[in-house]
Design a protein. Structure first.
Length: 134
């Protein structure tokens, strides 16, 4: 097994122009580790105050990164979700079901403050890609 790692994508830039020193994802063998995704626009601002909208955008961002590596949302085996308000949990579950139906990946969800002002949801994931992907 190779120890090679491939960085996928370019790190985000915050609203103040600060480049965030992360890789959106790292591919190690056939494991893809996707960094936490927020519902930010291209200028680093959170685009919606609604938790459901933010969750959908987080999943869309996960999907885009996984597709860059040659995978699909169906390749996710584990996800972590952070929410700032536990009252959003039912809405987050509804959004999750929109994307994953009755075959969701393993998942943890915790209530936590998030570092970006206005962010209510953050999602990261681990995906197992086909051996010929990436």
């Amino acid at each position: 097994m190779s120890n090679e790692k491939e960085r996928i994508g370019e790190g985000p830039t915050l609203a103040d122009g600060t480049k965030v020193p992360i890789s959106p994802a790292v591919l190690a063998g056939n494991l893809l580790f996707v960094s936490g995704q927020l519902a930010m626009d291209d200028h680093g601002k959170v685009f919606s105050a609604d938790a459901s909208d933010q969750a959908r955008e987080c999943v869309r961002r996960l999907q885009a990164i996984i597709e860059l590596a040659g995978g699909t949302l169906g390749d996710i085996v584990k996800a972590n979700i952070w929410v700032t308000d536990k009252r959003d949990f039912p809405d987050i579950n509804r959004v999750w079901t929109e994307y994953f139906g009755d075959r969701p990946p393993a998942r943890s969800t915790v209530v936590s403050d998030l570092l970006i002002e206005g962010a209510r949801v953050e999602i990261d994931a681990i995906a197992v890609l086909e051996s010929d992907s990436g």
